[in-house]
Design a protein around this ligand. Structure first.
Ligand code: NAD
Length: 334
């Protein structure tokens, strides 16, 4: 008989919309909360994970060592889309189902990419700080109309960034070894080019790729050397796609004009030298964080958990090979 003990570490699940937790409680789940925070003590978590059967997580790293303590765990669900913090092979080895909430609306992230771009070029943060501190100066900005935006990763967010930038009169280039051919047929407004060309000619470069072995460090010293001195990199994907030491050097030496990022190699980026630079614009991983997006995310998490406990096998199970361990269907309620 399943214990229906459910651990919530995800920072935001049920916070803005308590109905998500209430729905699970009404469905018979015993909720254990231990919310993720920057200085979360891993040992606190180690003490409780052994009894939980399901886990709603956001960014906390679930590695092999932690999983070895999760003797009752059968289901991990990411409150979000990117599962790079979960060791999926280690979970699979233990027949633990890993799911995510894949229907993440790309629009809020694309909006943030454009917000970062425009806030950087119009120096909005400096201007605001000037006025609230009782001063009155003018801040010479840079226009974007007619400038070239290079989009690396022509998926859902990358294409939504393209739509927004087009409305601001920007010329669009894109690079994507997988979707590029399709996009060049479907979108005459985006010039699909190779990476080197994009890096050499663009005024702005928006990173919209998932983190993978292939994309980690994609923007390294070599890539940065190809960029124009007035290039601005905008990162709303994952921090590790940029080699932060390399971009710090490029920014300090003014070999590129700016780095506007929502994501960092390590979050929060406490002590990062990037924090001291004048030519950066930094936000605390808020790309996805809007009320509307959070409601949709929570709905998906609740529906997915209830679906698995009904014995169904929803499409957002990421390690479907685990299902072969349950030839008579999942072990939960029928
Ligand atoms: P997506 O899967 O729709 O698109 C990703 C695109 O990247 C795909 O077209 C893929 O072909 C392409 N790609 C893969 N490897 C590549 C490479 N080496 N070079 C160039 N292109 C490559 O994903 P999406 O919904 O657009 O999201 C993109 C990323 O944004 C996510 O993986 C996630 O890391 C990040 N994200 C960030 C936030 C935030 O809050 N800042 C929120 C959601 C997603």
């Amino acid at each position: 008989m399943p214990s229906k003990s459910l651990l919530i570490t995800a920072r935001s699940f049920g916070k803005n919309d308590p109905m998500h937790v209430v729905t699970l409680e009404e469905a018979g789940f015993t909720i254990v909360e231990c919310r993720e925070s920057p200085n979360m003590d891993r040992s606190c978590l180690e003490a409780i994970v052994s009894d939980v059967e399901s886990w709603v997580v956001s960014a906390f790293p679930i590695d092999d060592a932690l999983l070895s303590r999760c003797s009752s765990l059968r289901l991990i669900i990411k409150h979000g889309i990117g599962v790079d913090n979960i060791d999926i092979p280690a979970a699979t080895k233990r027949n633990i189902i890993v799911m995510n909430a894949p229907q993440v609306n790309p629009i809020p992230v694309a909006d943030l990419a454009m917000t970062l771009l425009l806030s950087f070029t119009r120096r909005i943060v400096e201007a605001h700080q000037c006025v609230v501190s009782g001063n009155w100066s003018q801040f010479l900005g840079t226009g974007v109309d007619g400038k070239t935006l290079g989009i690396i990763g022509l998926g859902r967010i990358g294409l939504a960034v393209a739509d927004r930038a087009k409305a601001f009169g920007m010329t669009l280039l894109g690079f994507d070894p997988y979707a590029g051919a399709r996009v060049s047929v479907q979108r005459s407004d985006i010039g699909v080019v190779d990476l080197e060309h994009l890096l050499r000619v663009c005024d702005f470069i928006s990173l919209n790729v998932p983190l993978s072995n292939e994309t980690e460090g994609l923007i390294d010293r070599k890539a940065l050397k190809l960029m124009k001195p007035d290039a601005v990199v905008i990162n709303t994907s994952r921090g590790k796609i940029v080699d932060e030491a390399a971009i710090y050097e490029a920014l300090s030496e003014k070999r590129i004009a700016g780095y506007a990022t929502d994501v960092f190699e390590r979050e929060p980026p406490t002590g990062s030298p990037l924090l001291e630079l004048p030519n950066v614009l930094l936000t605390p991983h808020i790309g996805w964080y809007t009320r509307d997006a959070m409601k949709s995310l929570g709905d998906q998490v609740v529906d997915s958990i209830l679906s698995v406990y009904r014995g169904e096998t929803p499409g957002n199970i990421l390690n479907r090979e685990v299902l072969s361990a349950f030839p008579d269907g999942l072990w939960f309620e029928s």
